[in-house]
Each structure stands twice: as structure tokens, then as C-alpha cells.
Design a protein around this ligand. Structure first.
Ligand SMILES: [Zn+2]
Length: 49
């Protein structure tokens, strides 16, 4: 059972930390573990954020 997974190669748009974002599929959100910023994940073209 996978609750969340990290998103490799993505940079937080708020604090700029690389590979700090993780996707929570339960809430459908992406959250940064560095600054705590979270945003709704709305992939529009098959790509994640
Ligand atoms: Zn951040």
C-alpha cells in the first residue's frame, strides 16, 4: 500500500528545493517537505506537475 511517493527531478516552486516534493494520491496533492507548501496536483497532459 503506497500512501505517497517522492517526485524525482521536480523542484519546489516556492523554496526551490529539488526532489523535495512528494505526491499524496489520497488527497490528490503535492507537498514540499522543506517548506511545507502544498498544492493540488492536476496533471493535464499526463505529466505530473
Ligand atoms: Zn518548498
Amino acid at each position: 500500500m503506497m500512501l505517497a511517493h517522492f517526485l524525482d527531478g521536480l523542484r519546489c516552486s516556492i523554496c526551490g528545493t529539488l526532489n523535495a516534493l512528494w505526491h499524496d494520491p489520497v488527497r490528490g496533492m503535492v507537498e514540499c517537505r522543506e517548506c511545507g507548501q502544498s498544492a493540488l496536483c492536476v496533471p493535464e497532459s499526463g505529466e505530473v506537475a
